[in-house]
Design a protein around this ligand. Structure first.
Ligand code: GDP
Length: 527
């Protein structure tokens, strides 16, 4: 196949949702359609279900599942789909945000009963920052959900997006009768556990046809006609350009567990979803069709076996061709590296690959050469921009319990933070190490891994900070003075950037207004 065609047949995306909305279930139905799995129940949820009395091995085991399902590649109607999994647990939200830098579009699952939830909001914020095209799937229509119009309005308002219904539901819960496809003009009656094959939709050329009454009954037929008139009048045809520009989000209604409404969405997805996109770098925009390889590491996963310290770096190809055993330029380390066992994630056979193209994710065995954001090229020096680091929400000082193992501790902290498990700060002028995380669970994971993988024993002492902001100023002296004056709240991040650790929103706002010459940034790009 020609180079150009290889790129054009790829779609790389993620399914995102608040936990329990149905992401795992939907993923599984996609894989069934793609023939990547044969039976329902084959996809394990990567949800971390931690009880109050935590069991570290259980966390690790659950993390293990998330390695296995990190990327799932399959073919559907000649299109090669790379589906990137995102952890649902909010303590691992940063991992999810970074995964979103490696996709070209997303499908957002919303629970029709709960509507917009916390994680939905945060995830959409990240998508908006990057203008990622979004398709919305309103799930669990078999349950008594919110009124369809109210729900759409809630999603539009809360997520600040414009929706464009592609299908329209007839009732919900026990009364759920199916969906009318506004695009193909057909009616699909609800049936539980729809098979992957078969097409039971009924073509409706005219909604006023009496066949609609026969199918739905007089009352529901009338409601559907009214709804459709209203929705058609407002929306018209979907403008695919607006979707690709992230201005409009197509919406589908369905029930993932019943495999209902899923195929319509998948078919539309492969028709309209973006092919691998060109990407900005520190030097220039890299065109996806360029012949030379470029790409970046967006996720690193430790080997679960403590005897083997190697890790897997997930590398997104952005241009050119990745080849096994070929030397590529590791920009940060300024050295050439090659990989004898790169592997792909075709769900049916996880195998060593010979080559990969833009849009693909390659798994690279790593013995400590990579950190998140690292770039490989064929010689050029640049890095991909827009891989953000968000402010942690919980801060703790690292207390070394075993001074004999100080070296191991330092190494462990460096490596774990390279993996993106947490952020590491050093207090101004001192050596005090501060770990910042999004959730408590990460501290437990860090403590456990430091001990088991590095032999270092630590405790954590809580610190009264609530946010880290990165500081810049056009006037280096002003920045220098501020940092000195606010010693107790100043720190350096791992890359040596100045950070202000705020105790509360009030303190932060006060400092922001008192120091107009200093900029306080709420995210830091990793470079
Ligand atoms: P995730 O946390 O987003 O991955 O959610 P899961 O896919 O694990 O689903 C959460 C729960 O919702 C599970 O018990 C599913 O069986 C259930 N579920 C998923 N889809 C549907 C649906 O369409 N209808 C109903 N009633 N339940 C569903």
């Amino acid at each position: 196949m020609k180079f150009h065609d290889e790129i054009m047949r790829r779609r790389t995306f993620a399914i995102i949702s608040h936990p329990d909305a149905g992401k795992t279930t939907l993923t599984e139905k996609f894989l069934l359609f793609g023939g990547a799995i044969q039976v329902a129940g084959a996809v394990k949820s990567n949800k971390i279900k931690k009880s109050a009395t935590s069991d570290f091995m259980e966390i690790e085991r659950q993390r293990g599942i998330s390695v296995a399902t990190s990327v799932m590649s399959f073919e559907y109607n000649g299109i090669l789909i790379n589906l990137l999994d995102t952890p649902g647990h909010k303590d691992f939200a940063e991992d999810t945000y970074r995964t979103l830098t490696a996709v070209d579009s997303v499908i957002l699952v919303v629970d029709s009963v709960n509507g917009v939830e916390d994680q939905t909001r945060r995830l959409m914020e990240v998508c908006r920052m990057r203008d990622t095209p979004v398709i919305v799937f309103i799930n669990k229509m078999d349950r008594d959900g919110k009124n369809r119009f109210d729900l759409l309005e809630e999603i539009e308002k809360e997520l600040n997006i414009q929706l464009h219904p592609m299908t329209w539901p007839i009732n919900s819960g026990k009364e759920f009768k199916g969906v009318y496809n506004l695009y193909d003009r057909n009616l699909r009656l609800f049936a539980a556990n729809t098979k992957a094959e078969g097409d039971e939709s009924i073509a409706i050329t005219d909604l006023n046809d009496t066949v609609v009454e026969e199918m739905l009954g007089t009352a529901d037929a009338a409601i559907l006609r009214e709804d459709v008139e209203l929705v058609d009048g407002v929306n018209g045809e979907l403008n695919a350009e607006d979707y690709l520009a992230a201005k409009v989000s197509p919406v589908f209604f369905g029930s993932a567990i019943n495999n209902f409404g899923v195929k319509e969405m998948l078919d539309t997805f492969i028709r309209i979803a973006p092919t691998p996109q060109s990407r900005e770098t520190s030097a220039r925009k890299v065109d996806v069709e360029e012949a030379k390889l470029s790409g970046f590491v967006f996720k690193i996963h430790a080997n679960l076996d403590p005897k083997h310290r190697d890790r897997i770096a997930f590398f997104r190809v952005c241009s050119g061709r990745f080849e096994r055993n070929k030397y590529f330029h590791h920009v940060r380390l300024d050295k050439d590296v090659r990989f004898s066992n790169p592997y792909s994630f075709m769900a049916r056979d996880k195998s060593v690959i010979e080559d990969a193209y833009a849009g693909d994710v390659v798994g690279l065995f790593d013995t400590g050469n990579f950190k998140i954001g690292d770039t490989l090229t064929e010689g050029e020096d640049f890095y991909f921009t827009g891989i953000p680091s968000f402010s942690p929400e919980i801060f703790k000082e690292v207390v070394n319990k075993d001074p004999m193992k100080t070296k191991q501790l330092e190494k462990g902290l460096m490596q774990l933070t390279d993996e993106g498990v947490a952020q590491l700060f050093t207090q101004f002028g001192g050596t005090k190490k501060i770990i910042g995380c999004v959730g408590e669970l990460q501290f437990e994971v860090i403590q456990y891994r430091l001990l088991h993988e590095y032999g270092a024993s630590v405790e954590f002492r809580a610190l009264p900070f609530y946010k880290a902001t990165w500081l810049t100023s056009e006037d280096p002296k002003k920045l220098h003075d501020f940092v000195r004056f606010k010693q107790a709240n100043s720190a350096l991040d791992k890359d040596g950037h100045d950070v202000y650790l705020a105790q509360s929103e009030w303190f932060l706002n006060t400092e922001i207004s008192n120091n107009p010459d200093i900029k306080f940034h709420f995210t830091s790009e990793i470079h």
